[in-house]
Design a binder for this molecule. Structure first.
Ligand code: SF4
Length: 356
């Protein structure tokens, strides 16, 4: 059977021209886009691509600026202790990315920046998306990126409800502008982030609407169909706060739940155990005396929904300065419980009706 070319494939030259013209006029100004197109600073692009995975640009900009201020060069990052890197990463989640950035920085300081896709792909923590982004944006290599924005734009453009990764990559490779690969990748990502958005695409302003199958069908948001996600696992755990929100006993966690990060001493428990017996087990390990329940915090991770029962406890164990440690958002929420309790105690009305 002879394959019939689709309307996008027959219009690739126009699509490139129209999208790049739109990008030249309306592309986002972002701090890692300083310098010449196709020859951006590889350090800034690499950090941005790692840091902004799973994070929207608007929210990630603050973290990006903070990280670049702490480590303005790959040398500064490589020479920093891992604790300082994790501290500067605080709030970004997925701390394995910060550890891999640090490891890769040491490799780069020894060998120099890789100048092509396969060199980037060989670095710790760098997958096909990041390697393609840095190779094209910083070195002008013709490599098409494939991320969530690209997936959405191409699924709609071609009218494909269930695109596989291989399907997306093949279309992205075919569309990539060989003369301006870095700008092309930035343009598709910007279109997805600012015009072809998940819930409310602004098709009337889109430079690709004349070619877009989803727009012609009148159902752009039907593409791509939502992915079926596995249900999050419910996790119960007990943590103890020995100290206060400024100085507390902290431990380095081991295992799958926030492993590697510092945090309040914590113990997970299963359906056969009770909160009280787990609290006793945790306090026995620490040589601590259990105190009152401070409250519960809920925390969602990609595949887990955590309920953390936070208790006060007393012990002579040495305390650490909380502000100096890289803590997860879960631990910050737990510490916040104490502050909220203190505020509500101070705000409680006195017998004469006034408050402190
Ligand atoms: S026309 Fe609409 S659905 Fe199609 S690419 Fe543009 S914004 Fe997305």
């Amino acid at each position: 059977m002879i394959a019939v070319p689709d309307s996008v494939s027959t219009a690739i030259p126009e699509i490139r021209t129209e999208l790049l013209a739109w990008f030249d006029a309306s592309g986002r100004e972002l701090p890692w886009r300083l310098g010449t197109e196709g020859a951006r600073d590889p350090y800034r692009v690499w950090v941005a691509e790692i840091l902004l995975q799973q994070t929207q640009v608007a929210r990630g900009l603050h973290y990006y600026d903070r990280f670049l201020e702490a480590f303005p060069s790959v040398q500064a990052l490589a020479e920093a202790p891992i604790e300082a890197v994790l501290k500067a990463w605080e709030g970004c989640g997925y701390y394995a990315r910060a550890r891999n950035l640090h490891r890769a920085a040491k490799v780069i300081v020894q060998n120099g920046f890789p100048a092509d896709y396969s060199g980037w792909l060989a670095l710790p923590g760098v997958g096909p998306y990041t390697a393609a982004a840095v190779a094209s944006l910083a070195f002008g290599e013709a490599r098409a990126v494939n991320d969530g924005n690209v997936r959405r734009v191409l699924a709609r453009l071609y009218g494909e409800a269930r695109p596989t990764d291989a399907w997306i990559q093949a279309r992205a490779d075919a569309l990539l502008c060989p003369a301006r690969p870095g700008a092309w990748n930035e343009a598709v990502m910007d279109l997805g982030a600012t015009v072809c958005t998940p819930k409310a695409p602004r098709c009337a302003e889109c430079p690709l609407s004349a070619h877009c199958a989803a727009f012609k069908r009148g159902t752009p948001t039907a593409f791509p169909a939502p992915k079926v996600r596995a249900a999050a696992r419910m996790v119960q755990a007990v943590a103890v706060l020995i100290g206060d929100e400024r100085e507390a006993v902290l431990e380095r966690r081991e295992g799958g739940l926030l492993g590697g990060l510092m945090g309040l001493p914590m113990l997970e428990f299963g359906p056969q155990q009770t909160e009280v017996t787990v609290l006793e087990e945790l306090c026995a390990r620490l040589g601590a005396r259990p105190g009152e329940l401070l409250g519960q915090v809920q925390h969602s991770m990609t595949h887990r929904q955590i309920t953390l029962h936070v208790y006060a406890a007393a012990s002579a164990l040495p305390r650490q300065t909380v502000a100096d440690a890289a803590l997860s958002r879960l631990d910050h929420k737990a510490l916040e419980l104490l502050r909220t309790r203190q505020e509500s105690l101070f705000a409680a009305p006195l017998m004469d009706g006034s408050s402190v």
